[in-house]
Design a protein around this ligand. Structure first.
Ligand SMILES: Nc1ncnc2c1ncn2[C@@H]1O[C@H](COP(=O)(O)OP(=O)(O)OP(=O)(O)O)[C@@H](O)[C@H]1O
Length: 309
């Protein structure tokens, strides 16, 4: 469990984290989302005591990081890839960490296996690809078998297989009852793995929500349905909270406010044959961009070109 209370961090004139208040609970993957420069990395550094808050506080498993007698056993963090000494093998890096933190040697083999590093464990980590470096960082984070795991942009630089592997790992860690806190600036990625979302912009909390809630707020998923008797289906589906769009005479309808399952069942009840029944997922990326539009610190150059034109 991670609890931030009025957490604030200033660097000179810049307020990187601005009165953040949130709780990250066990048993779920919580995505920490925000555009570049929103304060995600700073918040994560504050959690593990790599930086001190200007005001406010943040605790892990009920205590400040520095108050834990065995912090690696409480929270495992991946804050930047390739934090290992480049001349050391992955195995020796993990062993050194284990030995200085009272962690048994067999745990080193366990995390090497868990992160799929067996074949390169004796290689010097300086020769690792970005993906291998990420895996080593995650192995280090898991070394103390911590109840809380915090990963800053873990899918950065990973190939599709690596991305899939991370998703499965995060889900499994949450199912084991751990607190899993993962940052990303990609809503699409978080939507696939996170249950809860904490969204920040310019250091401030913009939303503390779930993926489902965000889908609902963004207008919900749309069901596309195609039938020879669109008018009859329209009548059968009509009801409170249901919105149906479709051109006159067209076989296609777009339905908001009902699931594909409900549309299919109603059609069957009324003996209406369907040619197509698909759920069009709402664009969470768009919902996220709408939410953070005014909070983006670094706008792309297209905006400047537009203004200059
Ligand atoms: N050590 C520092 N000294 C000065 N300013 C800093 C420092 N660390 C972060 N900042 C500033 O604080 C703000 C938040 O940065 P931070 O790296 O936490 O954002 P982020 O959400 O992790 O961004 P990204 O997605 O780009 O990694 C930025 O404006 C950044 O320039």
């Amino acid at each position: 469990m991670i609890e931030a209370k009025q957490l604030t961090k200033k660097y000179g004139e810049t307020t990187a984290v601005d009165g953040l208040e949130f709780t990250v609970r066990p048993g779920a993957v919580t995505g920490f989302l925000g555009p570049n420069g929103a304060g995600k990395s700073t918040t994560m550094r504050l959690v593990v005591g790599l930086d001190a808050p200007t005001t406010g506080s943040v605790t892990v498993n009920g205590k400040h990081y520095k108050e834990h007698s065995a912090p690696l056993q409480e929270v495992g963090a991946l804050l930047e890839a390739k934090a290992a000494h480049p001349g050391r093998s992955a195995y020796n890096h993990l062993l050194a960490q284990a030995q200085t933190h009272g962690i048994p040697k067999r745990r080193v083999d366990e995390v090497i296996e868990l992160t799929g590093l067996q074949s390169v464990a004796k290689k010097r980590s300086g020769q690792f690809s970005l993906g291998m470096g990420q895996r080593l960082g995650i192995a280090t984070a898991l070394l103390g078998d911590p109840a809380t795991i915090m990963l800053d942009e873990p899918v950065n630089g990973l190939d599709p297989e690596g991305v899939l592997w991370i998703r499965n790992l995060l889900t499994r860690l949450a199912e084991e009852g751990r607190t899993v806190f993962v940052s990303s600036h990609l809503m699409s990625e978080m939507a696939l793995v996170a249950n809860r979302l904490i969204i920040v912009g310019r250091g401030r909390l913009l939303a503390d929500t779930t993926v489902d809630e965000l889908v609902r707020e963004a207008g919900g998923d749309t069901v596309r349905v195609s039938t020879a008797d669109a008018a009859k289906l329209r009548d059968a589906l009509a009801g409170p909270g249901v919105e149906i769009l479709g051109h006159a005479g067209s076989e296609e309808l777009e339905v908001n406010g009902l699931s594909a399952r409900a549309v299919g069942a109603t059609a069957a009840e009324h003996g209406i044959a369907l040619y197509e029944l698909t759920t069009k997922k709402v664009s969470l990326e768009k919902a996220f961009m709408d939410l953070t539009r005014d909070e983006v610190v670094y706008h792309g150059s297209t905006e400047l070109k537009e203004r200059a034109a």
